[in-house]
Design a protein around this ligand. Sequence first.
Ligand SMILES: Nc1ncnc2c1ncn2[C@@H]1O[C@H](COP(=O)(O)OP(=O)(O)OP(=O)(O)O)[C@@H](O)[C@H]1O
Ligand SMILES: [Mg+2]
Length: 286
Amino acid sequence: MTPTPGSTTTRATDEPPPTAAPPEADSVSSEKFVTLTAHEMQVPISVLSWNMGRLNRVLGTVSERPDVRRILDRLLEANVRLTTLVEDLLNLAKLHEGAFRVYLRPIQLTEVARRCLKTLEREAERRGVVLTWSWDQAQIPLTRGDPNRLSEVITNLVSNGVKYTPRGGRVAISIRSSSELAPPTVPIPAGKTRTGKYLLVSVEDTGMGIPNDEQPKVFQQFFRGRKAFASAEGGTGLGLYLVRRMVEQHGGAVWFVSREGYGSTFFFTLPVAEPYPEGAEATKSA
Ligand SMILES: Nc1ncnc2c1ncn2[C@@H]1O[C@H](COP(=O)(O)OP(=O)(O)OP(=O)(O)O)[C@@H](O)[C@H]1O
Ligand SMILES: [Mg+2]
Protein backbone atom coordinates (compact mmCIF):
# COMPACT_ATOMS: atom_id res chain seq x y z
CA MET A 1 0.00 0.00 0.00
CA THR A 2 1.30 3.43 -0.81
CA PRO A 3 1.36 5.57 2.32
CA THR A 4 -0.82 8.64 2.00
CA PRO A 5 -0.16 11.85 3.84
CA GLY A 6 -1.10 11.38 7.46
CA SER A 7 -1.16 7.54 7.28
CA THR A 8 1.36 5.48 9.26
CA THR A 9 3.48 2.62 7.94
CA THR A 10 4.25 -0.39 10.13
CA ARG A 11 7.67 -2.04 10.11
CA ALA A 12 7.65 -5.75 9.18
CA THR A 13 8.40 -7.78 12.31
CA ASP A 14 11.48 -9.54 10.85
CA GLU A 15 13.08 -6.23 9.86
CA PRO A 16 15.95 -5.34 12.27
CA PRO A 17 15.49 -2.18 14.31
CA PRO A 18 17.58 0.81 13.24
CA THR A 19 21.14 0.32 14.47
CA ALA A 20 22.41 3.89 14.23
CA ALA A 21 23.83 5.23 17.50
CA PRO A 22 21.73 7.88 19.23
CA PRO A 23 22.43 11.33 17.79
CA GLU A 24 23.82 12.52 21.14
CA ALA A 25 26.52 9.83 21.16
CA ASP A 26 27.42 10.62 17.56
CA SER A 27 27.75 14.31 18.12
CA VAL A 28 29.80 13.82 21.31
CA SER A 29 32.31 11.57 19.57
CA SER A 30 32.60 13.78 16.49
CA GLU A 31 33.09 16.85 18.69
CA LYS A 32 35.80 14.99 20.59
CA PHE A 33 37.43 13.92 17.35
CA VAL A 34 37.50 17.53 16.09
CA THR A 35 39.03 18.71 19.37
CA LEU A 36 41.68 15.99 19.41
CA THR A 37 42.56 16.60 15.77
CA ALA A 38 42.79 20.37 16.32
CA HIS A 39 45.02 19.70 19.32
CA GLU A 40 47.30 17.38 17.35
CA MET A 41 47.53 19.92 14.54
CA GLN A 42 49.11 22.50 16.82
CA VAL A 43 52.62 21.02 16.69
CA PRO A 44 52.89 20.64 12.89
CA ILE A 45 51.37 24.09 12.49
CA SER A 46 53.92 25.70 14.77
CA VAL A 47 56.72 23.90 12.87
CA LEU A 48 55.23 25.26 9.63
CA SER A 49 54.88 28.79 11.05
CA TRP A 50 58.41 28.88 12.35
CA ASN A 51 59.93 27.62 9.11
CA MET A 52 57.66 29.77 6.95
CA GLY A 53 58.93 32.80 8.86
CA ARG A 54 62.52 31.74 8.21
CA LEU A 55 61.87 31.01 4.54
CA ASN A 56 60.21 34.39 4.20
CA ARG A 57 63.22 36.17 5.70
CA VAL A 58 65.79 34.22 3.67
CA LEU A 59 64.03 34.15 0.27
CA GLY A 60 62.38 37.51 0.76
CA THR A 61 65.75 39.20 1.02
CA VAL A 62 67.72 37.26 -1.60
CA SER A 63 65.09 36.98 -4.33
CA GLU A 64 63.76 39.96 -6.25
CA ARG A 65 61.50 37.76 -8.37
CA PRO A 66 57.81 38.75 -8.08
CA ASP A 67 56.65 35.16 -8.58
CA VAL A 68 58.70 34.06 -5.54
CA ARG A 69 57.17 36.90 -3.50
CA ARG A 70 53.67 35.84 -4.63
CA ILE A 71 54.28 32.22 -3.68
CA LEU A 72 55.61 33.25 -0.27
CA ASP A 73 52.58 35.50 0.32
CA ARG A 74 50.17 32.69 -0.55
CA LEU A 75 51.99 30.30 1.81
CA LEU A 76 52.00 32.86 4.62
CA GLU A 77 48.32 33.60 4.12
CA ALA A 78 47.37 29.90 4.13
CA ASN A 79 49.44 29.41 7.26
CA VAL A 80 47.70 32.27 9.10
CA ARG A 81 44.31 30.90 8.03
CA LEU A 82 45.19 27.41 9.28
CA THR A 83 46.51 28.73 12.59
CA THR A 84 43.38 30.83 13.18
CA LEU A 85 41.09 27.95 12.27
CA VAL A 86 42.74 25.60 14.75
CA GLU A 87 42.75 28.29 17.47
CA ASP A 88 39.03 28.91 16.88
CA LEU A 89 38.21 25.21 17.07
CA LEU A 90 40.16 24.78 20.30
CA ASN A 91 38.54 27.87 21.83
CA LEU A 92 35.10 26.61 20.87
CA ALA A 93 35.82 23.20 22.40
CA LYS A 94 37.00 24.87 25.62
CA LEU A 95 33.85 26.99 25.74
CA HIS A 96 31.68 23.89 25.33
CA GLU A 97 33.58 22.13 28.11
CA GLY A 98 33.34 25.19 30.37
CA ALA A 99 37.15 25.25 30.44
CA PHE A 100 37.68 28.54 28.64
CA ARG A 101 39.80 30.80 30.83
CA VAL A 102 41.27 34.25 30.58
CA TYR A 103 44.32 35.17 32.67
CA LEU A 104 43.92 38.80 33.63
CA ARG A 105 46.79 41.10 34.51
CA PRO A 106 47.57 44.77 33.94
CA ILE A 107 48.66 45.19 30.34
CA GLN A 108 49.32 47.91 27.81
CA LEU A 109 46.70 47.19 25.13
CA THR A 110 48.47 49.34 22.56
CA GLU A 111 51.44 46.94 22.65
CA VAL A 112 49.15 43.98 21.94
CA ALA A 113 47.45 45.92 19.15
CA ARG A 114 50.76 47.00 17.62
CA ARG A 115 51.97 43.40 17.38
CA CYS A 116 48.71 42.22 15.76
CA LEU A 117 48.68 45.07 13.28
CA LYS A 118 52.28 44.47 12.26
CA THR A 119 51.31 40.88 11.41
CA LEU A 120 48.20 41.93 9.46
CA GLU A 121 49.82 44.83 7.63
CA ARG A 122 51.35 42.70 4.90
CA GLU A 123 48.05 40.90 4.21
CA ALA A 124 46.20 44.24 3.95
CA GLU A 125 48.83 45.58 1.57
CA ARG A 126 48.58 42.50 -0.62
CA ARG A 127 44.83 43.03 -0.86
CA GLY A 128 45.19 46.71 -1.67
CA VAL A 129 43.56 47.83 1.60
CA VAL A 130 45.16 50.65 3.60
CA LEU A 131 45.51 49.75 7.28
CA THR A 132 46.05 52.66 9.69
CA TRP A 133 46.08 52.96 13.47
CA SER A 134 46.11 55.85 15.86
CA TRP A 135 46.23 56.47 19.59
CA ASP A 136 47.80 58.88 21.98
CA GLN A 137 50.05 56.61 24.02
CA ALA A 138 50.25 59.07 26.93
CA GLN A 139 46.45 59.00 27.30
CA ILE A 140 46.02 55.23 27.32
CA PRO A 141 45.91 53.71 30.82
CA LEU A 142 46.68 50.05 31.52
CA THR A 143 43.83 47.59 31.14
CA ARG A 144 43.35 44.26 32.91
CA GLY A 145 43.53 41.66 30.21
CA ASP A 146 44.86 38.43 28.80
CA PRO A 147 47.25 39.43 25.98
CA ASN A 148 46.73 36.17 24.06
CA ARG A 149 42.95 36.47 24.07
CA LEU A 150 42.98 40.18 23.30
CA SER A 151 45.34 39.53 20.45
CA GLU A 152 42.77 37.06 19.06
CA VAL A 153 40.00 39.67 19.49
CA ILE A 154 41.92 42.38 17.65
CA THR A 155 43.12 39.98 14.94
CA ASN A 156 39.57 38.72 14.32
CA LEU A 157 38.08 42.21 14.02
CA VAL A 158 40.86 43.65 11.89
CA SER A 159 41.06 40.64 9.61
CA ASN A 160 37.27 40.85 9.07
CA GLY A 161 37.73 44.50 8.13
CA VAL A 162 40.48 43.60 5.67
CA LYS A 163 38.64 40.54 4.35
CA TYR A 164 35.32 42.30 3.74
CA THR A 165 36.73 45.51 2.25
CA PRO A 166 37.40 45.65 -1.49
CA ARG A 167 40.68 46.80 -2.98
CA GLY A 168 41.19 50.54 -2.58
CA GLY A 169 39.38 50.64 0.77
CA ARG A 170 40.59 51.50 4.27
CA VAL A 171 40.59 49.93 7.73
CA ALA A 172 41.37 52.23 10.66
CA ILE A 173 41.94 51.20 14.28
CA SER A 174 41.78 53.60 17.18
CA ILE A 175 42.13 53.23 20.95
CA ARG A 176 40.97 55.88 23.42
CA SER A 177 39.56 56.27 26.92
CA SER A 178 35.82 56.15 27.52
CA SER A 179 33.53 56.67 30.48
CA GLU A 180 30.92 54.09 29.44
CA LEU A 181 30.87 50.34 28.97
CA ALA A 182 28.57 50.65 25.95
CA PRO A 183 26.16 53.23 24.48
CA PRO A 184 22.54 53.18 25.73
CA THR A 185 21.34 51.29 22.63
CA VAL A 186 23.57 48.28 23.41
CA PRO A 187 22.26 45.81 26.03
CA ILE A 188 24.68 45.04 28.87
CA PRO A 189 24.68 42.08 31.30
CA ALA A 190 22.40 42.36 34.34
CA GLY A 191 24.16 43.79 37.36
CA LYS A 192 26.68 45.79 35.30
CA THR A 193 26.78 49.56 35.47
CA ARG A 194 27.12 51.49 32.26
CA THR A 195 29.49 54.15 33.52
CA GLY A 196 33.09 53.60 34.62
CA LYS A 197 36.64 53.78 33.33
CA TYR A 198 37.12 51.93 30.07
CA LEU A 199 39.28 51.71 26.99
CA LEU A 200 37.32 51.92 23.75
CA VAL A 201 38.75 50.22 20.66
CA SER A 202 37.20 50.84 17.26
CA VAL A 203 37.88 49.05 13.96
CA GLU A 204 36.36 51.00 11.11
CA ASP A 205 36.26 49.84 7.50
CA THR A 206 34.98 51.19 4.21
CA GLY A 207 33.93 47.73 3.07
CA MET A 208 30.77 45.96 1.96
CA GLY A 209 28.83 46.56 5.18
CA ILE A 210 26.29 44.20 6.75
CA PRO A 211 22.71 44.07 5.44
CA ASN A 212 20.06 45.04 8.03
CA ASP A 213 18.48 41.58 8.13
CA GLU A 214 21.85 39.95 8.91
CA GLN A 215 22.92 42.39 11.62
CA PRO A 216 21.17 40.62 14.56
CA LYS A 217 22.94 37.34 13.64
CA VAL A 218 26.60 38.25 13.24
CA PHE A 219 27.63 37.24 16.78
CA GLN A 220 25.95 33.83 16.48
CA GLN A 221 28.03 30.69 16.28
CA PHE A 222 28.75 29.63 12.65
CA PHE A 223 26.84 32.55 11.15
CA ARG A 224 28.22 33.73 7.80
CA GLY A 225 26.60 36.46 5.74
CA ARG A 226 25.25 35.72 2.25
CA LYS A 227 27.98 37.75 0.54
CA ALA A 228 30.74 36.29 2.72
CA PHE A 229 29.44 32.80 2.00
CA ALA A 230 29.26 33.40 -1.75
CA SER A 231 32.71 35.01 -1.89
CA ALA A 232 36.03 33.24 -2.20
CA GLU A 233 36.83 34.21 1.41
CA GLY A 234 37.21 31.24 3.72
CA GLY A 235 35.65 31.26 7.17
CA THR A 236 33.69 29.24 9.70
CA GLY A 237 31.55 32.01 11.21
CA LEU A 238 33.18 31.52 14.60
CA GLY A 239 35.26 34.70 14.72
CA LEU A 240 32.73 37.18 16.11
CA TYR A 241 31.10 34.62 18.39
CA LEU A 242 34.49 34.06 20.06
CA VAL A 243 35.24 37.80 20.08
CA ARG A 244 32.06 38.46 22.05
CA ARG A 245 32.74 35.67 24.55
CA MET A 246 36.32 36.83 25.10
CA VAL A 247 35.46 40.51 25.49
CA GLU A 248 32.64 39.73 27.92
CA GLN A 249 34.98 37.55 29.97
CA HIS A 250 37.15 40.63 30.37
CA GLY A 251 34.15 42.59 31.68
CA GLY A 252 33.82 44.53 28.44
CA ALA A 253 31.20 44.89 25.70
CA VAL A 254 31.26 44.62 21.91
CA TRP A 255 28.91 46.11 19.30
CA PHE A 256 28.94 47.57 15.80
CA VAL A 257 27.30 49.96 13.39
CA SER A 258 27.13 49.09 9.73
CA ARG A 259 25.56 50.23 6.48
CA GLU A 260 25.41 47.95 3.49
CA GLY A 261 27.62 49.20 0.69
CA TYR A 262 29.38 51.78 2.89
CA GLY A 263 31.22 49.94 5.65
CA SER A 264 31.18 48.87 9.28
CA THR A 265 32.69 49.94 12.57
CA PHE A 266 33.15 47.40 15.32
CA PHE A 267 33.72 48.65 18.89
CA PHE A 268 34.78 46.95 22.09
CA THR A 269 35.47 48.20 25.58
CA LEU A 270 37.71 46.85 28.36
CA PRO A 271 37.83 48.00 31.98
CA VAL A 272 40.83 50.13 32.91
CA ALA A 273 43.14 48.37 35.40
CA GLU A 274 42.61 49.40 39.00
CA PRO A 275 45.82 49.81 41.03
CA TYR A 276 46.94 46.24 41.45
CA PRO A 277 49.56 44.59 43.73
CA GLU A 278 52.93 44.34 41.97
CA GLY A 279 53.55 40.92 40.38
CA ALA A 280 50.15 39.51 41.41
CA GLU A 281 48.12 37.57 38.85
CA ALA A 282 44.45 36.62 38.89
CA THR A 283 42.56 33.94 37.03
CA LYS A 284 38.99 34.12 35.95
CA SER A 285 37.19 31.28 34.25
CA ALA A 286 34.14 31.07 31.99
N1 LIG B 1 33.80 44.07 8.82
C1 LIG B 1 32.80 43.39 8.26
N2 LIG B 1 32.21 43.83 7.13
C2 LIG B 1 31.18 43.17 6.55
N3 LIG B 1 30.66 42.01 7.04
C3 LIG B 1 31.21 41.52 8.17
C4 LIG B 1 32.29 42.17 8.83
N4 LIG B 1 32.62 41.45 9.93
C5 LIG B 1 31.77 40.40 9.95
N5 LIG B 1 30.93 40.43 8.89
C6 LIG B 1 29.83 39.49 8.60
O1 LIG B 1 29.58 38.73 9.76
C7 LIG B 1 29.77 37.33 9.49
C8 LIG B 1 30.32 36.66 10.73
O2 LIG B 1 31.68 37.11 10.96
P1 LIG B 1 32.71 36.11 11.64
O3 LIG B 1 33.98 36.85 11.80
O4 LIG B 1 32.08 35.54 12.83
O5 LIG B 1 32.84 34.92 10.59
P2 LIG B 1 33.66 34.81 9.23
O6 LIG B 1 34.53 36.00 9.03
O7 LIG B 1 32.67 34.52 8.16
O8 LIG B 1 34.54 33.52 9.47
P3 LIG B 1 35.78 33.35 10.47
O9 LIG B 1 35.92 34.61 11.27
O10 LIG B 1 35.40 32.18 11.31
O11 LIG B 1 36.95 33.10 9.59
C9 LIG B 1 30.66 37.28 8.27
O12 LIG B 1 30.50 36.08 7.55
C10 LIG B 1 30.19 38.51 7.49
O13 LIG B 1 29.00 38.21 6.79
MG1 LIG C 1 35.79 36.56 10.70
